[in-house]
Design a protein around this ligand. Structure first.
Ligand code: VG1
Ligand code: CO
Length: 543
């Protein structure tokens, strides 16, 4: 077995976005594509020599092929050890945990997350640093720069390694440990949550439906919810990871998880419903007959986290991504703890978590997490909800109504215009950016613009600045419009329009969000000219 050096040439477009490098699977399958990106990653982090990496993915098409290449390249680049999930499987939060508990130098996660999988769909690679979190922009930028000058990569030429059984192997002088993907993660969950109380909840007849969407969380949910917490078999549906996620779109929102939504809104709905995404870091929460927006979920979890043993001492602070509704800020204010507003993407929470400034973090896109790992964590959010439901003994609907009665309701919706012309979408944002100064004071129906800016974030820990993170337009009546372009798509551009309005009147808490937000929706169209720029009459997806 010998390490060989191959000549290569830079490949264009290997620029990580909001969360790793995502492209069509067939692009990743072109010659040297994976090799170039991995060598660039190793080079950008000062080499792999003597280092330990955690490696795993969400099981989508091309998962194991990519892992075999990465292992051979890690060996050729002098890595000391790789820890790999059995079958090449690791959820994103479980990988984050493994990096931390094993003191690894970093990790490579193979996933395009909520994007569909399969030979004709998407694949992705994310690099995580030693804290277990997504590489910060300084690192992803260094990786991208390296991809533009790369001339060679190193790889060991050998047979594929057996990843199907747990145990220790060697590969070209590097040791490889194949671990159970669920074990360490399940142990962490049992430490954070009151498993006895949740077990009693299920024993008392509480019913739940967890839709793993044919993705990575299946094995985790089967083990934790059914085997350890005693939920009846059948609680977890679509629980076997499939390379193309059963042909579905593993994005847990009311549109793509409509199967679960129908069940939860039907006659014999279970007490509690949940779903997670391709790589297991997102969550959707639904009660019988009631959907919980991710922004509300973050706020409810912040207000109730102390009911779980892992958070009994309270929270240091709460952080949310900028487009996420400001419901969590109201909770933080009441608790007397800081509230942070960061750009979209989990990498921006890392420093706040490492520095102990924030305990809970969340995004409107169905990501919630805490300082237990450095990624958002789908099943963790579901377990925290279960712990709260077990302690409070109320339904999801009652808890949500209680919450709104205390804090008001932040009506919220995101409108996505997918696969639109990138030039036209960018021109629309640029045009809007040029008009921001003239917006305050202008009126749109009953709403008046109070302030408008292009969000720029200065990290309170390391002082790094991330500019142009989205347009914020704050209006009267607690309304707000945010617009930005997605950084995870692989075709054209996706325009995201985030809409929010506060309602304080309890008699108006049960409205359809689209209707409650209609003034805000009209204002967004009047301000930005979305229809003209996208050529669409309506958004493709409303969540
Ligand atoms: C989207 C979400 C963002 C999330 C990111 C990665 O990014 O909006 O909140 O952090 O996906 O999530 P964008 O740039 O497309 O809006 V995951 O679960 O796909 O890694
Ligand atoms: Co994800």
């Amino acid at each position: 077995m010998q390490a060989v050096t191959h000549e290569t040439r830079p490949i264009g477009g290997q620029k990580p976005g909001t969360s790793g490098l995502r492209k069509k699977t067939k692009v990743f399958m072109t010659p040297h594509y994976v090799e170039n990106f991995i060598q660039s990653t190793f080079d950008a982090i000062g080499g792999a020599s003597g280092k330990t990496f955690v490696i795993g993915g969400d099981g989508r098409y091309f998962n194991e092929e990519a892992i075999q290449v990465i292992l051979r390249m890690a060996a050729a680049n002098g890595a000391e050890r790789c820890i790999v999930g059995m079958g090449g499987l690791l959820s994103t939060p479980a990988a984050s945990n493994l990096i931390r508990v094993r003191g690894a130098d970093g990790g490579l996660i193979l996933s395009a997350s909520h994007n569909p999988g399969g030979i004709d769909e998407d694949f992705g690679i994310k690099y995580n640093t030693a804290n277990g979190g997504p590489a910060p922009e300084s690192v992803t930028q260094a990786i991208f720069e390296r991809t533009q000058s790369l001339t060679e990569y190193h790889i060991v030429e050998t047979q594929d390694l057996d990843l199907g059984t747990i145990g220790h192997r060697t590969l070209g002088g590097m040791s490889v440990e194949v671990v159970h993907p669920v074990a360490d993660y399940a142990a962490l969950m049992s430490f954070l949550f009151d498993f006895d109380a949740i077990r009693q909840l299920f024993a008392s007849g509480f019913t739940m439906s967890f839709d793993a969407m044919h993705a990575i969380t299946g094995p985790y949910a089967h083990e934790i919810l059914e085997a350890q917490l005693g939920a009846p078999a059948g609680t977890v549906v679509n629980g076997t990871p499939s390379p193309d996620f059963g042909g579905g779109h593993p994005d847990p929102n009311p549109v793509w998880a409509h199967e679960l939504m129908n069940r939860m809104m039907g006659q014999d709905a279970p007490d509690f419903g949940a779903a997670s995404d391709g790589d297991g870091d997102r969550n959707m929460i639904v009660g019988r007959g009631i959907y919980v927006t991710p922004s509300d979920s973050l706020a409810v979890l912040a207000a109730n986290a102390h009911l779980a043993p892992g958070y009994a001492d309270g929270l240091m602070g709460v952080a949310r991504s900028m487009p996420t509704s400001r419901a969590a800020d109201r909770v933080a204010e009441k608790l007397g703890i800081p509230a942070f507003e960061t750009p979209t993407g989990w990498k921006f929470f890392g420093n706040l978590l490492d520095d102990g400034q924030a305990t809970l973090c969340g995004e409107e896109s169905a990501g919630t997490g805490s300082d237990h790992v450095r990624e958002k964590d789908g099943l963790w959010a579901v377990l925290l909800w279960l712990n709260i439901l077990a302690v409070r003994g109320q339904s999801v609907a009652d808890i949500l109504h209680d919450h709104w009665a205390t804090y008001g309701r932040n009506y919220y919706s995101r409108h996505d215009y997918e696969g639109v012309n990138a030039g036209a979408a960018e021109a629309m944002i640029d045009d809007l950016r040029g008009r921001l100064d003239s917006l305050p004071g202008t009126e749109f129906g009953p709403l008046r613009v109070i302030e408008a800016d292009d969000f720029s974030y200065t990290d309170p820990v390391d002082g790094s600045v991330a500019a142009h993170q989205g347009i914020r337009i704050v209006l009267s009546q607690g309304a707000r419009i945010v617009m930005r372009l997605s950084g995870t798509g692989t075709v054209g551009a996706t325009l995201r329009v985030y809409l929010e309005k506060v309602e304080e009147d309890p008699t108006k808490f049960d409205r359809d969000p689209q209707e409650a937000l209609s003034d805000v929706i009209d204002a967004a169209e009047a301000i930005a000219g979305i229809r003209a720029a996208t050529g669409r009459d309506a958004p493709d997806v409303r969540t």
